[in-house]
Design a protein around this ligand. Structure first.
Ligand code: MLT
Length: 394
């Protein structure tokens, strides 16, 4: 009998956001007509910006014309988009060449797929609380996971201790909103170089950083080109959660055991994909145009304002939280030492607000709760008003 990948049996019953979706669906079935205010999953609520929509329409039109039609795209990405992404870095004085950019269908897909580059007997260090897909993807591969908990005491930024083959870093962090300083990131880069580890740097939320002293890319740090891969996405930056587009940076110098991880990824992509659609890549290129950059800032401004609205409600109720500044997530301590699923149920049942229980991001997330600022502004305002009232009463 064929043996399936038995590591699936080690996964939790259901993925965190699927669980939440099921619970809210059940609530709506039992309470038809209730208006739920969704501040749970980090899914954007504003439409794609006009520059992107125009580019997508034009690309569809290209596909209808014999002379402008495109078939398969190059597997690592269309040269025009690889160039635009590399320029996005070079404008910030980060030295990335066009061929170090790989276009992907988004960060979550890539964070799982990239494990193909590494021996599955290796170890992965995951600082927690963490985006649950890191853990699940590593469990599926049968990799040894080193869980590194963080807490309010270290501002949810742990420092290296035990060496590991792979190191996951996410800054601005999902779920805590904590952002590494350059000095803190440098410690991790030096540690990775010293132990021949590779850092997988999840930069999905880089566009939320406003403080110019904070690094938006790991490649702002000396030494990162010999130890890091950066995975980014247009989901949160430009509203592509449903459209799907991202990019990965693998420096040409990144080698282990005399193997170039950059060349291995070309080999992987050419084998396992047929490239990302021409239409999407044209839409993505519009994000990096002058007009696109201005328009995405307008949307980001709305989400940043949502974060302020939620923070104000928590301030009024004197609740401890972090994040919300330079990050789209607000990470709060549950009131009265409540556990995080109980607080989830309380919010759902009493004020019809959906958030994300902290324990879904690892056991050290217990007693915490995450709000996303990606909801629509009216719902966010209403949720904050209800939340402030509830918290005063609890
Ligand atoms: C989240 O809510 O943590 C994110 O939406 C997850 C994701 O980007 O897949």
């Amino acid at each position: 009998m064929i043996k399936p990948n038995m590591h699936y049996a080690e996964l939790k019953d259901a993925y965190l956001f699927y669980n939440i979706a099921q619970k809210t669906k059940r609530y709506l079935e039992e309470h038809p007509g209730q208006r739920l205010l969704r501040l749970g999953i980090g899914d954007v609520s504003l439409p794609l910006c006009p520059a992107v929509i125009k580019a997508l329409h034009e690309a569809v039109e290209d596909q209808s014309q014999q002379e402008r039609f495109h078939g398969y795209m190059p597997e690592p990405g269309a040269p025009f988009l690889r160039h635009d992404v590399a320029e996005y870095y070079r404008k910030r004085n980060i030295d990335i060449t066009d061929d170090e950019v790989f276009i992907s269908s988004g960060a979550s897909d890539e964070l799982g797929d990239i494990l193909d580059l590494f021996d599955s007997n290796g170890s992965s260090l995951i600082m927690e609380p963490a985006y649950p897909a890191y853990v699940d993807a590593n469990v599926i591969e049968g990799r040894r996971i080193i869980h590194v908990p963080s807490s309010r005491e270290n501002s949810f930024i742990p420092m290296p201790d035990e060496p590991a083959d792979l190191i996951y870093l996410c800054s601005p962090n999902n779920p805590t909103g904590a952002v590494f300083t350059k000095e803190q990131l440098k410690v991790w880069v030096d540690f990775a170089n010293e132990h021949d580890s590779v850092i997988l740097f999840d930069a999905a939320y880089e566009a939320f950083i406003e403080d110019p002293s904070l690094p938006r890319s790991i490649f702002e740090i000396d030494g990162a080109r010999t130890c890091a891969i950066e995975i980014c996405s247009l989901s949160k930056t430009a509203g592509f959660t449903g459209t799907r587009l991202g990019y990965t940076i693998i420096p040409t110098q990144l080698e282990r055991y005399d193997m170039s991880l950059h060349d291995m990824w070309i080999r992987n992509r050419t084998t396992k994909t047929n490239g990302i659609s021409y239409i999407l890549q044209k839409g993505g290129a519009a994000v990096f145009s002058e007009e696109g950059q201005r328009q995405i800032q307008e949307n980001l401004h709305v989400y940043k304002n949502n974060a302020k609205v939620i923070m104000k409600a928590l301030d009024e109720a004197d609740i401890w939280y972090t994040g919300g500044k330079n990050a789209p997530y607000i990470w709060m301590e549950c009131p009265n030492n409540m556990d995080s699923w109980t607080f989830f149920d309380t919010l759902l049942n009493e004020i019809q607000v959906v958030g994300t229980p902290g324990s879904g991001f690892g056991s050290c997330g217990e007693k915490y709760f995450r709000f996303s600022s990606f909801g629509n502004p009216e719902d966010t305002q209403e949720a904050a008003t209800r939340l402030a009232t509830l918290l005063k009463r609890l």
